[in-house]
Design a protein around this ligand. Structure first.
Ligand code: NAD
Length: 476
């Protein structure tokens, strides 16, 4: 064999080796159980393989220092921030619901205001008998079921919380938000591996279906199930036999009494109820107003970007348009712009209109049931006592959100005590309740039915107590 042939053979071998090692570069650092094409970017055809890879990723995560885990979480924040506009646009295009400019704000909140490593600080008790440490430990692999109304902020917020807590995450998206969820999972995975974390810390399914979600809920490798959605999915996770966190539907009433700053109340209510075409579970869904200030409130609503629907015939046509013959809300209108709804009714209005406001009786379907559209029914009551009684009925024991505009502390306290919601906002838009221009952290998952409240990393941990006796202390 001549020298040139030998050099060529050696070069070929080196190139083949290099090719293999670049393909499996991550496998040298982390064991990846799935060397096939399935699972590229964390998106899997095979559900069992997805769970297997997430399981391996979680083991690798636990081998990293907490400092490194913090860096991974920072990388998720940055990628969420950078892609907020793209994800918002993709979501509205795919689901046909909501307003991209509002979705951007929620995605940024998820990326920047979901609590980080500080949320899982251990608790320490030290005294005469020694030292007790309570550490927040991960569950393992968590399933996160996301809603079609807020697919990416729920993915980002839960990914941050669950990974801070030391879990890996299987995202189970609504089939109508599949593509944008794939994009979100892909960019999060890229950010994690670029920050030195393992691949597949967050995975999802290529073709989400209800059957696959049900299978995940029974999967032996899954130890924590978290659902953000309507009553069906909350019931499903609570019946899974695993640690379950259910963030369910709301129907937030807003009560306005005679002491309120009426102009401000109208402004705040329209901000909250029109945000993202009222797709938010916390958004004000019905107004209860004391009779003596009701006309003033309606006049102030008219100064906002609203259409005030006065004609009873129009209100009946609106109700028929938005509901089905079976008396349910027509999903085709969920999250659509107010101008589209008005157009369908043949009503001319400015393009700027963001909310349709109208007066009805307390038993109207749009008052008692959650609708998620840019409409706002208003109900008059003779006094605040009757207002509290009715608003509690409207909230319907969902333990979600309620708001009140008042300057009377006794009235606000009575309503808060009676309604027992997870979020109670006084004199501001409902959005303030999740940290939007308000104090406190953001969450996309408000666990009313199972009682964890506004979830964060610590919600996704299990507490372990470690006790050192024999009088460990520094007193000498
Ligand atoms: P949805 O209940 O139709 O779907 C939510 C998710 O659950 C989807 O991924 C869906 O595929 C899955 N799902 C639905 N029924 C299921 C079942 N029986 N078993 C297993 N999985 C099931 O809700 P949606 O229309 O996508 O989202 C809007 C709902 O979510 C509203 O009711 C809203 O109030 C609620 N929501 C609640 C919160 C909160 O924090 N509490 C936040 C956002 C949205």
């Amino acid at each position: 064999m001549d020298t040139e042939t030998i050099v060529q053979a050696i070069t070929k071998q080196i190139l083949e080796k290099l090719d293999q090692s670049s393909n499996t570069a991550l496998e040298h650092v982390y064991h990846v159980p799935n060397p096939s094409q399935d699972g590229q970017d964390g998106i899997f055809e095979d559900l069992d393989m997805a769970v297997e890879c997430a399981c391996e990723a979680q083991k690798q995560l636990l081998k990293l220092s907490l400092e490194k885990r913090g860096r991974i979480v920072e990388a998720i924040r940055r990628v969420g921030e950078k892609n907020a506009e793209l994800l918002a646009k993709m979501t509205t295009e795919e689901t046909g619901m909501g307003r991209p400019e509002d979705k951007v704000k929620r995605i940024l909140l998820a990326a920047l205001k979901s609590p980080g490593m500080e949320d899982i600080k251990p608790e320490v008790f030290a005294g005469d008998y020694g030292l007790t440490l309570v550490e927040k430990q991960p569950f393992g692999v968590a399933v996160c079921i996301t809603p079609s109304t807020n697919p990416t902020e729920t993915t980002i917020c839960n990914a941050i919380g669950m990974i801070v807590a030391g879990n890996s995450v299987v995202i189970s998206p609504h089939p109508n938000a599949k593509k944008v969820t794939h994009k979100c999972v892909k960019i999060i995975n890229e950010a994690i591996t670029q920050a030195g974390g393992p691949p597949n810390l967050i995975v999802t399914m290529a073709e989400p279906t209800l059957q696959k979600t049900m299978k995940l809920l029974q999967h032996p490798r899954i130890s924590l199930v978290v659902a953000t959605g309507g009553p069906g999915v909350v019931k499903a996770v609570m019946s899974s036999g695993k640690k379950a966190i259910g963030a369910g539907a709301g129907n937030p009433p807003v009560l306005v009494d005679e002491t309120a700053d009426i102009a401000k109340a109208a402004r705040d209510i329209v901000i909250g109820a029109s945000f993202d075409n009222n797709l938010n579970c916390i958004g004000e869904k019905e107004v209860v107003v004391v009779e003596s200030v009701a006309d003033e409130l309606m006049a102030e609503f008219a100064k906002q970007p609203t259409y005030i629907m006065k004609d009873r015939n129009d209100i009946d046509r609106l109700t028929r348009l938005l509901t089905t013959e079976e008396g349910e809300f027509n999903r085709d209108w969920v999250g659509k712009d107010a101008s589209c709804i008005l157009q369908a009714l043949g009503i001319e209005a400015s393009e700027d209109v963001k909310l349709i406001v109208y007066e009805v009786e307390a038993d109207h379907i749009t008052v008692m049931e959650e609708y998620m559209m840019p409409i706002l029914p208003v109900v008059r009551v003779p006094n605040v006592q009757e207002g509290i009684r009715l608003a509690v009925l409207m909230e319907g024991g969902r333990h979600h959100t309620a708001c009140m505009h008042s300057k009377n502390v006794d009235n606000m306290t009575k309503f808060a005590q009676a309604v027992k919601t997870t979020i109670f906002v006084k004199n501001g838009p409902s959005l303030n309740g999740v940290g939007y221009m308000g104090e406190g952290h953001f969450t996309a998952t408000i666990a009313g039915p199972t009682g964890e409240g506004l979830t964060s990393a610590r919600t996704f941990t299990r507490a372990q107590r470690c006790v050192l006796v024999d009088g460990f202390n520094l007193r000498g």
